[in-house]
Design a protein around this ligand. Structure first.
Ligand code: ADP
Length: 836
């Protein structure tokens, strides 16, 4: 039975119970009121009995007065009788003596047996149904009764003299003798009345009256039968053998009862109506609650199904992406070989196909991640110009191949150092620009970067304007729907999944941003995004041109924004290369740097000397960064020293994690010179910081091209590597050499770790490779090391199941050789580049 039916049944039951209790209460009230009425009728009866008694007394009084007179004037016997008859002609007066001699109306003992009592000195009232009523009183001489003076009232006149029917119109009273004979009926007493009194219920009522009279002077009982509803009552007449009985209709007494009864009935009807209304309301409310509940459950089910779908898509995409990456990696290696022209062509085709496929898979993966709530926004400090440069490099090439004019205008006043998820910003811009290029057959694509600054937040605006096919007004609403591709007639030749804008829209929403579109069909579109980003450095962007190489030029003219010759900085990293990069980046600032290759060395250095800032690698073999920090904090005079963690894993929540451990801040490796100086500027004592003297611009340095086959994508991107070396070729060269020099040892070490299942050290080494690869500008190796590290983490995870561990292990073993090969290749390339 569903809830609704249950509720309906409960309401009906309750209504029925209310009705029953109404009837019951009504019955009780009527009974109570009848009882009260019985009391009141009994009191009236008592009054009546007194009235009846009074009547008899009224006739007795003259008799007694005459008797008193006779007791003193015996001679006046005849006169007294005459006088009595005169006073009351209806009463036949007489006098009787002991010998039964009578004077006046004769009487005998046999007709009135109680007469004898009068000779014993009592005043009596006696009754003979054939004769009438006798009133008699003794006439006393001295101590003896000599005569009895009496009056007889014949039957025919009794009602006239003694009837009590004038009491009220409803009350019918009979005076009866003790043996039950009717002495004085009420007026208009007929045979019908005799029948009435003979009725069973009336008789039963009278029996109850007599029972009650044993304890009370008067009694009344409510009876209800074929005759109707009545109160019957009775009372003894004092000092006589008479009693009175009578009845009155219930309605005559119960006028008030009826009105109370009606009120109770009205109240209950009202209650029933109220309850019925309440029930209807509750039923309706319950129905709507049930509907909402059904809707909620349906939505939950739909959400769960959607999540399951997204999870499935995410898993599938991940599964496909892994072998696809392997195919693309292998293909890259093939392309780096000397190849016959035909084979190279095939391999190039494979590359375009895998790139297209990877784009689709990545989009599906991204979307599924967003849908299943697994997409994380990872805010870090970044340079706006760096993101724009990366975007322009990628998009510029595409625009060029389509012969489109690609322009970028950047507001020079915008702050360059922002805090946010640079990766997602890059993805959004690339997405919009790629669309603009895809859907523009000729003309131009323009990226306008502007923004509004509000305290520490920059509301970054990016507008992508194209002169392409435009979007029809009616299609605009569907633009951001998943898998929606518009105007398919015109666009069927253009590759796409219909996911790009949906992802862009959701990513922006996740980052509190927004997107809008203006478009004229056939003329072009403008997609504008707005994204709030925290400002971490107010240094302005300056002039930015897509055709020039401001990045490099700026780097070549790089000059530290401050110097701090007295600052003491301890760099702690087990990797020589990282130590070298950090110390080189700080050279310009003229700080005093000391290098420690392990936690133990760092503690020793800290005991020997005071350092203002310690740059402490988070993941080191032996004593890791956190242990080193905790031990260092226990050293004397360490209070003023600030600790910055160096990590190659910056994910959301990292900052909080490092702060919790006791670090003052963290930098993600590889870091740029700017990032490092900004951080040190923040944590060095201000008195140590000085303005640098202006230095002449160094001669432009030519960036070396990587050694590789003509049409292969360079394995090492020197431009990228240089960004981590303050764009200083000398530092970069040294970094390349160090990368090469340590490679053989590191590879041997990792091979050994893998063979011995030494996962902790393997993880530390692969983690280090991740950042050193990026420092030399080798994104592929960086990416592979990152994935390998993730697999090791999955394997070591405390909550990993056996099958998850097995999966991770298979992945690690499958990829290890490839990564090591790539490492070797990168190392070889590094040495050849640095040697040039
Ligand atoms: P797709 O992978 O199909 O490009 P998107 O989600 O990026 O998917 O875009 C959805 C649809 O919006 C496209 O199929 C296209 O019809 C339309 N569209 C997107 N950008 C533009 C643009 N710049 N000019 C014209 N139409 C566009």
């Amino acid at each position: 039975m569903n809830n609704r039916k249950k509720m309906l049944l409960t309401i009906l039951m309750t209504l029925f119970l209310i009705f029953l209790s109404g009837v019951f209460i009504q019955q009780r009230i009527v009974n109570m009121l009848n009882k009260a009425a019985e009391h009141s009728v009994a009191r009236q009866t008592e009054d009546l009995s007194m009235l009846a008694g009074e009547r008899f007394r009224r006739f007795l009084t003259p008799l007694q007065t005459a008797a008193k007179h006779l007791s003193e004037h015996e001679e006046d016997k005849a006169d007294m009788l005459k006088m009595l008859v005169q006073q009351n002609p209806l009463g036949q007066a007489g006098l009787i003596d002991f010998q039964h001699h009578t004077l006046g109306r004769s009487v005998s003992n046999s007709s009135f047996p109680r007469l004898q009592l009068a000779f014993h000195g009592n005043t009596i009232i006696d009754y003979n149904p054939d004769i009438g009523i006798l009133l008699a009183t003794p006439v006393i001489y001295g101590d003896n009764v000599r005569y009895v003076l009496y009056q007889i009232y014949p039957i025919s006149i009794l009602p006239q003299l003694f009837a009590l029917s004038d009491y009220d119109a409803f009350t019918h009273v009979i005076i009866q003798y003790h043996d039950g004979t009717l002495a004085v009926p009420y007026e208009n007493y007929t045979t019908e009345d005799t029948k009435f009194w003979a009725d069973d219920t009336i008789q039963e009522g009278m029996r109850e009256v007599h029972r009650r009279l044993e304890r009370n002077k008067a009694a009344a009982v409510y009876t209800e039968g074929a005759e109707g509803k009545y109160f019957v009552f009775g009372a003894d007449l004092p000092q006589t053998d008479f009693s009175l009985i009578g009845y009155m209709p219930w309605s005559a007494v119960a006028g008030q009862i009826i009105s109370i009864y009606q009120r109770v009935f009205f109240l209950f009807t009202l209650m029933l109506i109220l309850f019925a209304c309440l029930s209807i309301y509750l039923l309706m409310a319950q129905t709507s609650v049930a509907e909402t509940e059904e809707l909620r459950q349906a939505r939950q089910a739909a959400d769960a199904a959607n999540q399951a779908k997204s999870q499935f898509l995410a898993n599938m995409s991940h599964e496909i992406r892994t072998p696809l990456n392997a195919i693309s990696g292998m293909n890259e290696m093939i392309l780096r070989q000397e190849l016959p022209r035909e084979v190279r062509q095939y391999a190039s085709n494979i590359r375009s196909a895998t790139t297209a496929l990877l784009t689709i898979i990545n989009e599906i993966l991204d979307f599924s991640k967003i849908e299943s709530g697994h997409m994380e926004i990872v805010p870090t400090d970044y340079q706006l110009t760096q993101v724009l440069r990366e975007v322009c490099t990628l998009v510029g090439v595409r625009a060029q191949t389509k012969n489109l004019d690609f322009r970028i205008n950047v507001d020079a006043e915008l702050p360059n150092g922002l805090h946010g998820d640079a990766g997602r910003l890059r993805q959004i811009l690339i997405n919009l620009l790629n669309n603009a290029i895809k859907y523009t057959p000729s003309g131009s694509v323009t990226l306008d970067i502007s923004g509004q600054q509000l305290k520490n937040t920059l509301y970054l605006q990016a507008a992508v304007t194209d002169t392409g096919i435009g979007i029809r007004e009616e299609d605009k609403d569907r633009l951001f729907h998943v898998f929606e591709r518009l105007d398919l007639k015109r666009n069927c030749q253009i590759e796409g999944t219909g996911l790009g804008l949906a992802i862009t829209h959701r990513l922006l929403t996740m980052m509190n941003g927004s997107i809008k579109v203006d478009s004229t069909y056939g003329q072009g579109s403008v997609f504008t995004i707005e994204l709030p980003q925290e400002i971490h450095s107010f240094e302005p962007v300056g002039a930015f041109s897509v055709n020039a190489q401001p990045d490099l030029d700026a780097g070549l003219r790089h000059q530290s924004s401050f110097i701090a010759p007295a600052a003491q900085v301890l760099i702690v990293d087990d990797n020589d290369m990282n130590c070298f990069v950090a110390s080189s980046l700080l050279k310009e600032t003229q700080m005093q740097t000391v290098i420690a290759h392990s936690g133990a060395e760092a503690l020793k250095a800290l005991q020997e000397k005071h350092f203002h800032v310690v740059l402490l690698d988070y993941m080191m073999p032996g004593m890791n960064g956190v242990e080193t920090l905790h031990k260092a904090k226990q050293l004397p005079n360490i209070g003023a020293t600030r600790f910055i963690a160096l990590t190659a894993t910056a994910i959301s929540g990292s900052r909080e994690k490092f702060l919790r451990e006791g670090f003052d801040n963290y930098l993600s490796k590889p870091m740029t010179g700017d990032e490092l100086s900004v951080m040190l500027h923040q944590y060095l004592p201000p008195e140590l910081i000085q303005q640098p003297l202006p230095s002449p611009a160094p001669a432009p340095v030519e960036v070396k091209k990587p050694t590789s086959t003509a049409d292969a994508t360079p394995l090492i991107d020197p431009k990228l590597g240089l960004t981590y070396c303050n764009n200083m070729q000398a530092i970069y060269d040294k970094v390349l050499t160090l990368f090469h020099d340590q490679s053989a040892d590191r590879i041997a070490q990792m091979d050994q770790d893998l063979a011995r299942d030494n996962w902790q050290d393997y993880r530390i080494n692969i983690h280090a490779l991740k950042s050193t690869a990026l420092t030399i500008g080798c994104r592929t190796l960086n990416q592979k090391a990152k994935e390998q590290e993730q697999a090791v983490k999955d394997y070591l995870a405390e909550d990993a199941t056996a099958s998850q561990q097995q999966q991770a292990m298979d992945y690690i073993r499958q990829n290890h050789a490839d990564i090591m090969n790539l490492y070797r290749q990168a190392a070889a390339l590094a040495t050849s580049q640095s040697a040039e």
